[in-house]
Design a protein around this ligand. Structure first.
Ligand code: ADP
Length: 483
């Protein structure tokens, strides 16, 4: 079974968040269970530089009038999964991020940057594709890949099944209606039964509307997005498509996130020997300029800093948290006000709070290893990977009960503690008081070493490896094969 996996991010070529981790790990896990996956990604400069054994596979000409493009065939570092990169210097060869410039502004030509990705993806399914390899299934990820199914529908191309995965419904890829003809789609698609969203063109809605199957990254999020509270205006369409909508939990790549082999750590440690976390905690405190106090509970945050991640709740609960004798270390970038909020408390209380405003893969690993708890109070969280990694590092997650956080973290209570299933601390209302009460419970447990040891041992025992999820995707792809 051949699967074309279309994604705007795939670790280690390019990463801004969890989607990249999925783009790197899921195709590799599929390959291990007999599926034949190939990736298709935009040829950003860092991706072009990191892909292994690149060779030109086809000249694509200038399909959208937005720039000349070539298809480069290469291999993913590590897994060796084949990857095609679209080399279109006019659209992709520039400094900055995949979606935004260095100042955090969306690229003005994002519609064409990602329309090209979709045009090429759909083109590889056609009889006149420049390549001989044809997919049985096109698996498109997030709004950036939402148009591929629309092109296939417009071209009346059959014989390939389409799966669209929503990694985050809040990002929709909205563009002015006039964009439609410039990306070579007909006005007949611009309607409520199509890709129109309140007068704009929505890449995300196109993916949801035109794909055969829709998945999202946790069962709870699959239910939540059918409600007005979390449906971002698409709840009606999603509810209508419920028979074709499935939640498949993401996995963790334990090749990358394994404290025993993690080369970023001060001192790698086996999960059976969590006492060795102490050395990592001390090294982390020193690295961040915090007092190297072994008794102070050290909470860590590795996150985009925005409202949807609940970061304002952390700032609101922070005085109480520090009053409990805790330390907080934050790594992230995002909304200016929140970046400034964390930087300001770090300046005011350098004995308690460290804030690193930036992106650092090595520091993310060291925070997972050195922290006692990982704080993730997201208002909504499609799956969340950071809490899954934290558990493997023996770092206890403190989370809001939403989406994948609700599906992966088991609250510590009398019964879960007794049954050996408590893996963290969960609160149910996204407000600072509820977070505060939850933190009190977590810190009280931290101060009981025997109980804390049991919770950490439960955490490291959890297995969120990709295999189970890859099998679910394979079963889903199978439903799309001709009988
Ligand atoms: P999301 O996809 O919403 O960003 P996830 O929890 O699913 O959230 O995935 C976040 C991923 O991005 C994790 O691999 C995490 O380690 C990483 N990450 C987030 N912020 C940073 C940062 N500032 N520096 C390094 N890694 C980060």
């Amino acid at each position: 079974m051949r699967v074309l996996f279309v994604t705007p991010e795939a670790y280690p070529l390019i990463k801004t968040g969890g989607l990249a981790d999925v783009g790197g790990a899921l195709p590799a896990a599929l390959a291990e269970i007999g599926v034949e996956p190939r990736l298709l990604v935009p040829g950003y400069p860092e991706a072009m530089a990191r892909a292994e054994d690149p060779a030109e596979a086809a000249n694509l000409g200038d399909p959208l009038g937005a720039g000349e493009a070539r298809l480069i065939e290469a291999r993913m570092p590590g897994s060796g999964v084949p990857v095609w990169l679209i080399d279109c210097p006019r659209l992709y060869d520039r400094p900055g991020g995949p979606y935004q410039d260095q100042d955090g502004n969306d690229w003005p030509d994002n519609a064409w940057r990602f329309a090209l990705l979709n045009w090429v993806a759909a083109g590889l399914c056609r009889g006149d594709s420049p390549l001989s390899w044809r997919p049985d299934v096109l698996h498109a990820n997030d709004w950036q890949a939402g148009l591929a199914a629309a092109y296939l529908r417009d071209w009346k191309q059959t014989g390939v099944g389409t799966v669209f995965t929503i990694h985050n419904l809040a990002y929709q890829g909205l563009f002015p209606a006039e964009t439609l003809p410039t990306v070579r789609l007909p006005w007949s698609m611009f309607g409520i039964d199509g890709l129109e969203y309140y007068g704009q063109m929505s890449f995300l809605k196109a993916g949801i509307f035109y794909s055969d199957r829709i998945t999202t990254v946790s069962p709870t999020y699959a239910r939540e997005i059918q409600t007005s509270a979390q449906g971002c205006g698409l709840e009606g369409l999603l509810a209508k498509r419920a028979p074709d909508l499935k939640g498949v939990l993401n996995g963790a790549d334990y090749g990358v996130w394994n404290p025993a082999t993690d080369e970023h750590l001060h001192q790698p440690y086996r999960t059976a020997d969590l006492a060795a976390k102490a050395a990592n905690k001390q090294a982390l405190q020193q690295e961040l300029g915090l007092p190297a106090d072994p008794a102070a509970p050290l909470l860590v945050i590795i996150s985009r800093l925005n409202h949807h991640k609940g970061m304002d709740l952390v700032l609101a609960a922070l005085p109480a948290l520090l009053g409990m004798g805790a330390q907080l270390a934050v790594l992230g970038t995002g909304e200016r006000g929140l970046e400034e909020g964390f930087s300001a408390v770090a300046r005011r209380r350098p004995d308690k709070v460290a804030a690193v405003i930036g992106y650092s893969e090595p520091l993310a690993h060291r925070l997972q290893a050195g922290g006692d708890m990982l704080l993730m109070p997201s208002r909504s969280e499609p799956c969340g990977l950071t809490q899954i990694y934290a558990m493997r590092y023996g770092t206890v997650p403190v989370v809001h009960a939403t989406g994948g956080l609700a599906d992966t973290v088991n609250d510590c209570a009398y019964d879960t503690l007794m049954s050996g299933t408590a893996t963290g601390f969960v609160f149910h209302h996204a407000n600072a008081d509820a977070l505060h009460t939850c933190l009190e419970r977590a810190i009280a447990a931290y101060r009981k070493p025997e109980q804390w040891g049991r919770i950490r041992a439960n955490c490291v025992r959890q297995d969120f490896g990709w295999r189970r999820s890859a099998e679910r995707y394979r079963a889903l792809y199978e439903t799309l094969l001709p009988t």
